[in-house]
Structures are given as structure tokens and as C-alpha cells.
Design a protein around this ligand. Structure first.
Ligand code: NAD
Length: 259
């Protein structure tokens, strides 16, 4: 297995894409540190990972808080005996016309989607260096990190920012043997899209489900993305097979945004 004996931390691992990533990395041989704010759901995912024969631990943290992300990394190392892969997956969406965006809206989404990723990059790189080893950092961007989407303008700005941090971190940490990449999913049928669809319905008057359907109909491969589709890319970026790739934000969207 490509991740045999490695330790991987996944933020936002309680559900959706993060859960899919955690289970895939475990199937590939990694022990998993799960981090989220939803403690009850984390416990269930931990059980699924242990059923695969891997070790798992859980840590409740808000990724927007720097000290909590550092504590999560320390906890992972202490519980699982290593630290090799950091997946900065936690994030939130926000559907609003730009004209209505408030200071509070901006602060909240940037604190989680951008600051949270930077704290994850910092904490992981510091840990790899302290351990005198190489490491892999993989963060969640989006199709909205390559193209700004209407009603998702601020969300798009946060995902563009993840690409910028990924490129800069790749350059800063290359000499330490640390690679830094991002994954850019398209339309994945998680709770996040349930919320996006509902907000679109409120703002535009579209029937519930119509926005999701419209987006899925625009996918060349003809179906919505699954967490497993995303996890396959993340597993590659977490493995030695991607050892010569750094600073990239790779699209996995079934054919929506072409770069
Ligand atoms: P989701 O809402 O289903 O799950 C997100 C998880 O992150 C939840 O468990 C939530 O509790 C956790 N989380 C949120 N804020 C947190 C915080 N401050 N601290 C710790 N945990 C926090 O969303 P998802 O669809 O699984 O999305 C995962 C990532 O993928 C996000 O970064 C999202 O922007 C990105 N993404 C999603 C899609 C999609 O179509 N769903 C597309 C592109 C990118």
C-alpha cells in the first residue's frame, strides 16, 4: 500500500469530502488523525477507520484558531507516533451577491478557508522540520479557486487564496523536502451543496434542487462528483507517486473548468 505506516491528519474529517479522504488514506495504509468541530460524527468515522485495521484518533478543533491547529498536529503525533501528511480540508461556503457581503461575512469565511489553511501549512511544516523529515501538505481549493462564480464571489476569493498560499509554501518549503499542493473539486454532493442549493433558492427564487441540477448538467462526464472521486486525487498527492509535484492546484471536476 502506498501510505503504509504513515500518519495523516485530515481537517473537516467528520463528514463529506474529508470523511472520504480519511477512509481512502486509511485503505491505502495510513493511520488517521481526524480533526473537526463535530465530535459525535468524528467518533463514528474513527470507528470506520479502525474497522479497516488502522489506528485513528480524534481531536476537536476550530481550524480558524492557530493554537488549536498546532495542538491538533501535536496530538496526532503523540497518539499515532508519527506525522507525514497534512490535509487542510475544512472549509465553509457562502452564497451571496457581492453587493450584500458584510464585514462579518468576509471575516468569517476568510478565517476558516484561508487562515485555517495557513495555520495548517505552518503547523505541519514546523512538525516535519522538528522531526527532521520530509512531508506532504494537501489543501482544499475548488473549481472556484480557478474561476470566480456568481453568488460565490467571496468563497471563490478564499479558494484563489488557497492556490496562492500553496504556490508560495511550495517554494518556501521545497528545500526541506516538503511538497505543498491543492485539490480543486467541482460539484460534490455533500451537505455543503445542500446548503449552497438552499441559499440559491432563497436568493434567486429557483426551486429547491434546481441549482444543483443545473450545475451537474454542466459536467462533461455527466454526473456529480463523489467524495471518493476527490479522495483518489488526494491519495495520489499524499503518496510518494506525486513526489515530483509541488505548488499545484489540480482540478478534479469531471470536466467543468479547463486549465
Ligand atoms: P461539508 O460541509 O460537508 O464538510 C465540511 C466539514 O468541515 C464539516 O465536518 C465541518 O464541521 C468542518 N468544518 C467547518 N468549519 C470548520 C472549522 N472552523 N474547524 C474545523 N472543522 C470545520 O463540506 P465538503 O463538501 O465536504 O467540503 C470540504 C472541503 O472541500 C471544503 O474546503 C470545501 O470548500 C471544498 N470543496 C467542496 C466542494 C463541494 O462541491 N462540496 C467543491 C469544491 C471544494
Amino acid at each position: 500500500m502506498t501510505l503504509d505506516g504513515k500518519t495523516a491528519l485530515v481537517t473537516g474529517g467528520a463528514q463529506g469530502i474529508g470523511k472520504g479522504i480519511a477512509l481512502r488514506l486509511a485503505k491505502d495504509g495510513a493511520n488517521i488523525a481526524l480533526v473537526d468541530m463535530k465530535a459525535d460524527k468524528l467518533a463514528a468515522v474513527k470507528g470506520e477507520i479502525e474497522a479497516l485495521g488502522r489506528k485513528a484518533c480524534v481531536f476537536s478543533a476550530d481550524v480558524s484558531k492557530r493554537e488549536e491547529v498546532y495542538a491538533a498536529v501535536d496530538h496526532a503525533e503523540a497518539q499515532l507516533g508519527g506525522f507525514d501528511v497534512m490535509v487542510n480540508n475544512a472549509g465553509i461556503a457562502q452564497v451571496k451577491p457581492l453587493a450584500d457581503v458584510t464585514q462579518e461575512d468576509l471575516d468569517r469565511i476568510f478565517r476558516i478557508n484561508v487562515n485555517g489553511v495557513l495555520w495548517g501549512i505552518q503547523a505541519a511544516a514546523a512538525k516535519f522540520k522538528a522531526r527532521g523529515q520530509k512531508g506532504k501538505i494537501v489543501s482544499a481549493s475548488s473549481i472556484a479557486g480557478h474561476e470566480g462564480f456568481a453568488m460565490l464571489g467571496v468563497y471563490s476569493a478564499t479558494k484563489f487564496a488557497v492556490r496562492a498560499l500553496t504556490q508560495a509554501a511550495a517554494k518556501e518549503y521545497a528545500s526541506a523536502g516538503i511538497t505543498v499542493n491543492a485539490y480543486c473539486p467541482g460539484v460534490v454532493g455533500t451537505d455543503m451543496w445542500v446548503e449552497i442549493d438552499e441559499r440559491f433558492a432563497e436568493i434567486t427564487g429557483a426551486p429547491k434542487g434546481a441549482t444543483y441540477k443545473k450545475y451537474v448538467e454542466g459536467i462533461a462526464l455527466g454526473r456529480a462528483e463523489t467524495p471518493d472521486d476527490v479522495a483518489a486525487l488526494v491519495a495520489f498527492l499524499a503518496s510518494d507517486d506525486s513526489g515530483y509535484i509541488t505548488g499545484q492546484a489540480i482540478l478534479t471536476d469531471g470536466g467543468m473548468v479547463y486549465r
